[in-house]
Write a protein that binds this ligand. Sequence first.
Ligand SMILES: [Fe+2]
Length: 472
Amino acid sequence: MNERAIREETAWADAWRPAPDETAYEITELDGEIPRELCGTLYRNGPSQRRLPQQGYAALHFFDGDALVHALRIEDGGVHYTGRFARNQAFLYQEENGPDRQDFYNFRVSDPDPEAPPRVAPNTNIVYHGGKLLALVEADLPFELDPRSLASLGTHRFRDPMLGMSTSAHPKIDGRTGQMLIHGYQPVEPYVQLYTIEPDGSCSLAEAVETPYPVMMHDMAITENYVILLLCPITFDLERGAGFRDWLRWEPEKGLKFGIRPRRAGGQVRWFEAPTPAFIFHSGNAYERDGKIFMDACSYLDGGALLKQLEVYRSGERVTGAGAGANPFLYEFDLSTGDCRETQLDDGVAEFPRIDDRRVGHENRYGYALMGESGFLGPETNRIVKTDRRGGPSVVHECGAFRYPGEPIFVPRTPDAEEDDGFVLVVVYDGRTHRSDLVVLDARAIDKEPLAVAHLEHRVPLGFHGNFVAGI
Ligand SMILES: [Fe+2]
């Protein structure tokens, strides 16, 4: 291994490590100028295990870790940082009793407390809707935080009773109507539930969706009139063992199926099957055109390699081979014939796809994502790519050596600016300084130098998802 490779591995090893401290401060080190049009808060969420178990950090599953929520408030060219843990019941139990009495996803503890709440942390996404800031994880109900202080406010139910045990971390907010559609999934019936939440926070639809077997259903997609459920062949069965990692299994023979149903009440599901089995964590966007539905997604052709990677991720072990990373695919559903066509859009791997949120559910031209050459998220996924659905060339922002970006978030310059007229915000961990930066790119020139870089005083662990909320 050459010197560069050794340093890369060392730098990368710290990128996801927990940062146990909560802090708040004004960022004073700024390069360039933060555009004055940027006024609001970039929220980020990700796992950061506050107290490590006896087994150590390396034993943790990719999904494990307390929810450390970050708020980067941008106003008048300045940036203020706040980071706080979401204090749900499981977190409070751990604060009092230590980390070794509740099971982790990868292993069972030797001295479990039968009275302890299950270890579940809302560490996957953070969404503002209906006047509420919600930290989300697919294994639990939403957890509400104060938008300014990030103080914990408690579990949020869209209605009472809910139809299932949890809701996903990937609601879709219709870019035109402001309605939020969110699904829940679980290994017992009803396997999938669907809710529509109006802009005022009221629940206007709550229905179980009939699905043939339970799967891990991380994400979904919407169009103007339809919901697209992702029935991927990673199945979910509690009879398979005592712990989370035993419950999931890659069963490619079941195929990749999409359940498309009208958004209106009582809509019936129609199933489409893709030519190639794959697991999808994330869709980019979906929309209707000429009697068809188009949906892009990041597809793992080897879900078995992915499951293995999630288990060993924190140890630094990298699972290699074709299909261990996600390739960008376009799926095309013909509503008159029932056919599903697929096109692989690029040989590289892509993850954390985002678009201009004003176009969610409607035709979009541009997308933004992390990109690398192969494998799951790693030191080589250090590029932000902007893709053009109309066939224009992809444009790449290279984050540079030892600099590792999280999910890119597009923010329009003004509420009615054209698509792509705005900024791409990325929190980048710098392995050389062991600190993180907020990087502001011009969306129309992401390959150029950033417009501004705000240097945080500390490290924000790489995490999962977030959103920009204007005006807060
Ligand atoms: Fe996700």
